[in-house]
Design a protein around this ligand. Structure first.
Ligand code: PNS
Length: 160
């Protein structure tokens, strides 16, 4: 049986932390669906199509990755792709309360979906998309925080 993991997020933009988790997820599943959540209440820096391109560049060529976007409930989307594992990164204690709530709610909505929390590599725990956006917005160097393609996209976005 093929084990499918879903790794959802905003990925605005994808970071080296996301890349690390994508790779770790491959150790747990045969296929990893990296899914961009479309949130109509948020104005993202990058469009869904741009984020998917940036994720592809960040992940590199590996046929076990699949990239997609979804709108609505994650639990419902996970059913449509046949995922049995839901991957979430835990960077710090501050993440725990929200992530725990989300995991329990998702389990209630879809009992066949188990959430797996993965800590990223130690030297990547400080990276978040929001901080990357802020550093890039003020012209700071994000080259150690994101893939070069993402770095170039951020430069281009804030050069305007
Ligand atoms: O990268 P993020 O912003 O931490 O990802 C959060 C995300 C997109 C995984 C979460 O907000 C989500 O699952 N959104 C889809 C809507 C949904 O199912 N909400 C209820 C979660 S219990």
């Amino acid at each position: 049986m093929t084990r499918i993991a879903i790794y959802p997020g905003s990925f605005d933009p994808p970071t080296r932390g996301h890349e690390d988790l994508m790779r770790r997820a491959l150790a747990l599943a045969d296929r990893v669906v990296v899914a961009v959540a479309v949130n109509p209440n948020k104005t993202p820096l990058f469009s869904v199509a741009e984020r998917l391109d940036l994720l592809r560049a960040t992940a590199g060529p590996d046929s076990r990755f699949q990239f997609d976007a979804f709108e609505g409930l994650l639990a419902e989307y996970a059913k449509t792709v046949g995922a049995s594992l839901l991957i979430r990164g835990l960077r710090a204690a501050g993440d725990v309360e929200y992530e725990f709530q989300m995991a329990l709610l998702n389990r209630q909505l879809h009992p066949g979906l188990e959430t797996v929390f993965l800590p990223p590599a130690f030297d990547l725990t400080h990276i978040s998309s929001s901080l990357v956006r802020e550093v890039a917005r003020y012209g700071g160097d994000v080259s150690r925080l994101v893939h070069p393609t993402v770095s170039a996209a951020l430069r281009a976005r804030f050069a305007r």
